[in-house]
Design a protein around this ligand. Structure first.
Ligand SMILES: [Mg+2]
Length: 311
């Protein structure tokens, strides 16, 4: 299941004044904020990239790299451009304010500032960050099942395969498809079909095999298992297949639901390219469907099948 955001917020202060840092430390102590400090622009940029803070307090007047230069650099980098920046300056000219806001700052505070006002502005910037994160996460969550959606699946599979390539690891991919789902919809109606999808998603995510369980589309689901091979993926898939088969559907004693599973890994696929790993798992899933459903297939071979269907 998608993770819940942590309540602790990270704030990075970039200011050449040690006094300002001391003041912020003293006053932000009770705000559930983890404060990090940089004494110059170059260190500030480095820390912003490493820490991915929820807000940056940025001094305009610094030697070498001034606040405007740091702000431009933050906004030019994909990893830091979303971080809200509050500019802090000794100057309160309209030109400076306009320049700062045009460069992408969310707020502008003039020194000497009232600490209560600064805290309120930090809280406001953190609220914005939380909302942006929430929206970004919502855009990656499937509305019916609460699992990750296809957009997230594609991104995450690419990330995991890239990381596996760097570290010489394997990645297993399990694709599964509910058997005869159209017949469920036809016989019981679409509301029951939706309930089946929801419960099915709960069985998959309740297994704790991986945090990366996605609704791949329609009645098809995908599970990415980092640092596992297809054999381990197939063992996990068999646990799920059995759990789905013995699931008692509330208020629907006549309902029987089964699912077919196809498992591959990047070694089986012979590639770190996401589409090729998906294609390998898809071939295994197709074989599971062709040979009778309610079974797990990997590398073009049947791994397990239900006693009930086999017998
Ligand atoms: Mg300064």
């Amino acid at each position: 299941m998608p993770p819940v955001a942590s309540p602790e917020s990270r704030v990075l202060s970039i200011d050449d004044s040690v006094l300002i840092h001391r003041l912020l430390k003293a006053h932000l102590r009770h705000e559930r904020v983890e404060l990090h400090c940089a004494l110059n622009g170059a260190d500030g940029l480095r820390m912003a990239k490493a820490l991915n803070p929820d807000a940056v307090l940025l001094d305009v007047d610094m030697p070498d790299l001034d606040g405007f230069a740091v702000l431009s650099a933050l906004k030019a980098e994909a990893v830091t451009q979303h971080i809200p920046v509050i500019l802090v300056s000794g100057s309160c000219t309209t030109d400076d304010r306009v320049r700062g806001l045009d460069l992408g700052a969310v707020d502008f505070v003039v020194k000497p500032f009232e600490i209560a006002e600064l805290k309120a502005r930090v809280r406001s910037a953190l609220r914005t960050t939380r909302l942006i994160k929430l929206l970004a996460q919502r855009a990656q969550i499937d509305g019916l099942t609460g699992l990750w959606n296809r957009t997230y699946f594609d991104e995450r599979l690419a990330q995991e395969l890239a990381s596996a390539e760097r570290h010489g690891d394997n990645v297993a991919l399990v694709l599964c498809d509910i058997d005869h789902f159209k017949a469920v919809n036809d016989k019981f109606g679409h509301p029951v079909g939706d309930l089946v999808l929801e419960e099915f998603a709960r069985v998959l995510s309740g297994s704790r095999i991986t945090d990366i369980t996605c609704r791949y589309g329609g009645e098809e689901f995908g599970m990415i298992i980092p640092r596992a091979d297809a054999a381990q993926g197939a063992i996990a898939a068999e646990r799920l297949r059995a759990a789905v088969e013995r699931f008692e559907w509330p208020d629907r004693p006549s309902l029987r639901v089964t699912a077919s599973f196809g498992v591959a890994d990047r070694v089986v696929a012979g590639s770190f390219v996401p589409s090729e790993v998906v294609a390998a798992a898809d071939r295994a899933l197709y074989l599971a469907k062709q040979t009778g459903r309610n079974r797990v297939c990997r590398d073009g071979e049947l791994v397990t099948t239900s006693l009930r269907t086999a017998g």
